[in-house]
Design a protein around this ligand. Structure first.
Ligand SMILES: [Zn+2]
Length: 549
């Protein structure tokens, strides 16, 4: 509580902070609102200071955790300090858990502190050291053989992930290896992926899902001391960190290098012992919330412009680019809009959704709880693919959308017009981020696709998704762009109609087109790889939906 109040106080003080003397590129328009959005967004951006508080102090926002609720409360306090209406809206109850410290040490045959952390929702070690030998999950002919083997693993840490033959990224091999050695490495990697991946890991009959899945539960039932995993990315030092459904045997994720070390020591019978001291606490089921802020429309209050970005994150680091930067974009856009456009024609609403990583749950729940917003939606802008500048915008698969979007884009500063590609109606989002929760109703939901900045290999769901990765020039311009789009959509004299594109015909046409450029963004209507039938809406689970397979 004390921390929360002090954060609100810090954030509240931001408004009064002196403007930073960054100079916006010249932009002149006869629209005074656009002019002011540009000036405020580019010359006195708060993105850096808001990011510092959110990512360094508030921290990760794993759905269901007290940290996520603290973050919800921080947002509401911040909006209120700006004079914007905001509230936390409960959409269900989710399993809850507190992450404490993870101390992971190799203690034999030599001592080394290992780089790793608990998976989300892992049981801890009850404030004590848990020291045990390690064993590699063998390859089984079938699950019967696996079950027969289980007693021999009792009391041991089981290594269940693939031993990577190299922790160097592919582009390093591409640059430096001889062609023969690169080919050998590619073959080895493919072999390891085949042998350790999939739904039937090592012939056990079980999968690790995103974390430890059913296999973790079966190992726990067999009395193992813990489950040791590693999911390296194609990068230097990054691993994915998801969650476990284990309740007794802790599950940890190690870096590629340290997992490899432990694996080789075990494989070569060099007597490795691992010591875990993990602080964690299961908190049962707790209420979960979306944070919703709004500025009521003065002429058409029942029509909505929605700013959308999921607020939850995985918690291997601070979720700075997934989806902290989308969050800050919408938050800063609302700050600017409230300041320069306090009486919008249509209602402007921002949705900071939770449960996106669990399957777009918070936003789906919102559409069920607020059919009036889906019905009255003029435009939704969703951003969720990293810190880069927005370079592509989707049309949501609606025939009428380009007439409107092209009109809005034409009013933007020339630098932004040049930056944002808009290929036309495109496709409805079929999943991947929260615009899909609205698109399935045929509502105008548009993805704002960002430039990559190595998102997939370095920050997406990894241990390195931290403040330092944010590209503030891009973030500042994204918030400004989004505020302008929201203003223009709100002022648009006409409402976007809902005729849908012929997806089957589009798919046929797409087959004859060249693939999108390598730096094209995901998230913006999913590029050219859209669905061939209109996506259907599925009911949001209001309690934890385990992902075990
Ligand atoms: Zn995301």
């Amino acid at each position: 509580m004390i921390r929360r109040l002090s954060l609100v106080a810090i954030a509240g003080a931001l408004v009064a902070a002196p403007a930073r003397s960054l100079t916006a590129q010249a932009f002149t328009t006869d629209d005074p609102v656009l002019q002011r959005i540009w000036t405020i967004g580019m010359d006195s951006s708060q993105t850096m200071r808001l990011s510092q508080v959110l990512f360094d102090s508030v921290g990760p926002r794993l759905t269901g955790t007290p940290n996520a609720k603290g973050a919800n409360d921080w947002l509401v306090g911040l909006y209120k300090s700006w004079g914007v209406d905001a509230k936390n809206e409960q959409w269900g109850k989710w399993r809850s858990w507190r992450r404490g410290y993870s101390h992971i040490d190799l203690v034999a045959p030599r001592v080394r502190s290992l780089e790793g952390t608990m998976l989300g929702f892992s049981p801890g070690t009850g404030g004590k050291d848990l020291t045990a030998a390690t064993v590699i999950l063998p390859r089984f002919a079938d699950s019967t053989e696996f079950v027969k083997w289980l007693p021999s693993a009792r009391g041991k840490f089981v290594l269940v992930s693939a031993p990577q033959p190299t922790c160097r990224p592919r582009d390093d091999w591409q640059t430096n290896a001889t062609p023969e050695s690169k080919e050998r490495m590619d073959t080895l990697r493919a072999q390891v992926t085949r042998e350790w991946g999939g739904r039937n890991v090592r012939g056990t009959g079980y999968s690790l899902a995103i974390g430890t899945g059913e296999l973790g539960l079966r190992l726990e039932q067999g009395g193992v001391a813990g489950v040791i995993t590693s999911r390296p990315k194609d990068a230097w030092g990054t691993i994915e960190i998801f969650s476990t459904y284990n309740t007794k045997a802790p599950a940890i994720a190690l870096s590629c290098e340290d997992y490899g070390l432990l694996f080789r020591l075990t494989d070569n019978h060099q007597g490795p012992k691992l010591r875990l001291n993990l602080d964690a606490q299961s908190l049962g089921d707790q209420p979960v919330f979306n944070t919703i802020a709004s500025i009521r429309g003065s002429e058409k209050p029942d029509e909505y412009v929605v700013l959308s970005a999921h607020f939850d994150s995985w918690d291997g680091s601070s979720g700075a680019t997934d989806n902290g930067t989308g969050t800050i974009t919408m938050l800063e856009a609302m700050r600017i809009l409230h300041e320069v456009y306090p009486h919008p024609k249509r209602t402007i609403l921002v949705g900071h959704w939770l449960g996106e990583e669990e399957g777009l749950v918070g936003s789906r729940a919102f559409t069920e709880d607020h059919p009036e917003v889906v019905k009255g939606l003029q435009a939704l802008f969703n951003q969720d693919n990293g810190t880069g500048r927005i370079v592509r915008m989707g049309g949501g698969g609606l025939v009428n959308a380009p007439d409107h979007i092209r009109g809005w884009l034409a009013k933007l500063p020339p630098s932004l017009q040049k930056q944002v590609e808009f290929p036309g109606p495109g496709f409805p989002s079929g999943g991947g981020s929260d615009d899909a929760s609205f698109a399935c109703y045929g509502a105008p939901a548009f993805g704002l696709g960002a430039l990559g900045w190595d998102y997939f290999n370095y920050t997406w769901h990894t241990n390195r998704d931290t403040y330092d990765k944010i590209v503030f020039d891009d973030l500042k311009s994204n918030a400004t762009l989004t505020a302008m789009l929201a203003y223009l959509a709100s002022e648009d004299p006409a409402t976007i109609t809902r005729e849908r594109v012929d997806l089957a015909a589009l798919a046929a046409a797409r087959a004859t087109q060249a693939p999108p450029p390598a730096n094209a963004a995901a998230g913006a209507g999913r590029g050219r790889g859209g669905p061939t039938t209109w996506p259907t809406c599925t009911k949001a689970p209001r309690t934890t939906e385990p992902r075990l397979k």
